[in-house]
Ligand binder design. Structure first.
Ligand SMILES: [Mg+2]
Length: 271
């Protein structure tokens, strides 16, 4: 059985523009041990190639196949729902590319879907148009609902804020694709070619990475190098399988990889 990892990036591999110490060695180790892994991110702004370039600057060399974004999950999901469907998009390059690659057509009137991603460039006029389209029957899709950091100097409002704005204006709740939605948690696993029992999620956020993993029956590892603090854990009804300070402290192979092997090796009994 090939055991593999879905690894969140922000707060796990880097914080802002800084590498989290030891993250580069951890990824090199995965490559050396031939462990299948994907970087699974809710951020829909960047294309996989842009993500690869960002990682390269931090000293991590991976290929585009190692990246799975909420934009990719959204493109695949919508293509499954409405092959050759039409979309009105409030978002950036990563999202536009994925929708295009999945056969969806961008339109300015009467779309099947209004799709919202992270963005710095759309105007309130565009938001107003999106609101009208939703009220006229377009389905409202948000790539994710990651909370804003609520601190100065961030480069956009945060997608939870823009999603809420449109929900309030329309009275219609968005369908959410990104973590913790099973849509993305499942398609990321499939993209990596793993089965449920072969999948471990590593993340820094209880309400997305860990909740998403727990809901799917994946193993989960919470790192404390990002959003979550140990004292926050009591606010949640679920817990990760393992908690570490950072990826540097994850020992490979994981202990449940070994026990999976043993279970597998056990001869079948009975009829
Ligand atoms: Mg994170």
């Amino acid at each position: 059985m090939a055991q593999g990892l879905l690894i969140d990036m922000d707060g796990v591999i880097y914080g802002g523009d800084n590498l989290i110490p030891g993250a580069d060695d951890f990824i090199s180790k995965l490559v050396k041990m031939d462990v299948p892994f994907s970087f699974m991110t809710n951020n829909s702004q960047r294309t996989p190639l842009e993500v690869v370039r960002k990682l390269k600057k931090l000293g991590i060399t991976v290929s585009e196949q190692h990246v799975y974004t909420s934009a990719m999950a959204t493109g695949r999901f919508l293509a499954g729902q409405e092959p050759n469907g039409t979309v009105y998009v409030l978002g950036e390059g990563g999202l536009l590319t994925s929708l295009h690659e999945n056969g969806l057509t961008m339109v300015e009137t009467d779309p099947d879907f209004v799709v919202l991603g992270e963005g710095r460039n759309f105007t309130l006029e565009m938001v107003q148009r999106a609101v009208d389209m939703i009220l006229e029957g377009a389905k409202f899709i948000t790539t994710n609902r990651d909370p804003s950091p609520k601190k100065r100097g961030w480069n956009n409002l945060g997608i939870a804020a823009t999603t809420a704005m449109i929900e309030e204006a329309t009275g219609i709740k968005a369908f959410e694709v990104g973590k913790p939605s099973p849509v993305m948690m499942r398609s990321a696993r499939k993209y990596l070619g793993l089965e449920t029992a072969e999948t471990t999620v590593i993340g820094d956020t209880m309400s997305t990475d860990i909740q998403g993993g727990v809901q799917m029956g994946y193993k989960t590892i919470l790192v404390l190098s990002g959003v979550a603090k140990k004292e926050d854990l009591k606010k949640f009804a679920f817990k990760p399988d393992k908690i570490v300070n950072s990826v540097k402290d994850i020992e490979l192979p994981l202990k449940w990889w070994e026990s999976e092997k043993k279970t597998e090796a056990k001869p079948a009994t009975g009829v």
